[in-house]
Design a binder for this molecule. Sequence first.
Ligand code: BGC
Length: 350
Amino acid sequence: MQKIEKKWIGNIRGEDVYAFLVTNGKGTLSAEILTYGGILRSLWYKGTDVALGRETLEDYFDNDGYIGPIIGRHAGRIQDAFFTLNRKTYILPKTENERVNLHSGDGFHTRVWQAEEVSGEEAAIKLSLVSPDGDGGFPGEVTVSVTFTVTNDDALRISYCAHTDADTLVNLTSHGYFNLNGHDSGSIENHTIVMNAAYYLPNNTLCAPTGEIRSVEGTSFDMRQEKRIGALLHADFPETNRFGGFDHTMVLQGTGFRKIAEVTGDKTGITMECITDRPGVHFYTGNKIDPLATYKHRTVYSTYQGFCLETQLFPDSMKYPFFPSVILKSGETFQSKTEYRFMLKKEKGK
Ligand code: BGC
């Protein structure tokens, strides 16, 4: 029987925060979602917790690594922290290197969302919030909802919806970190990956796109055949050398809701498929995970402890008109969907 359990975990700025444990009908997949930041704190698949998370609610108040939350209004980097829309220039706070707006500064990952249980065949909760006009420097009042469904075929489905009363930018994602050997099992270097991307966006030194869309052919970014993540990370390639691993947006093949990647943990044989309707995914290999922060069960996490598949539109798109548009027009609806689906494909340890 599917079930949803709700637990009070604390308070911030006078608002109560809850953790929801959402379990599917077979009892094989459970997601723990916090109403603070829409954080994915834990994700148990057949007894293995495959999501990185922090110990207490307070630990998330200083969440530099963006461990698990929903990112909005705009995921990724906006270099020089400005954009021009309808001939007006909007200045955003510079949150990184005094040059860049990353993940919208005090964005949706710092908000307390309203939660409701969604009734239906599958266990789901819906989080929503209203982002006022001018929030984080962005125009328009935006009403957002994010529904987390734990499906009976072992997927965590994240469905995003947003409306605005004035033209603005919307590019939402989830910053969940995964380790398919278990969150406390060390590095993901021995995980294997396949990704259906023939191009990627090279970064400049600020980790923002240069505007080039480059072929993966002959590079460490070619994951069209199964590769070991560690082999790609440590291959001597300027783009990964500079960032200590992957921190890049991949340009996904095809359109519509399609499978774009598959990652397998070597120790458990757990495979995660990623299915999305987005044109891009920001592939981040946890290059900068803070070993001194407090994580779940006081586990010490280190570099490469988890990876993120941040499905999204491309970062800094307002500067590059040939990138898919991040503009949400007044009266229009933003809708998107990503699934992280789990299965045991390989025998344990093989
Ligand atoms: C960024 C990384 C950053 C990470 C955690 C990613 O989305 O691209 O550069 O370190 O989030 O903060």
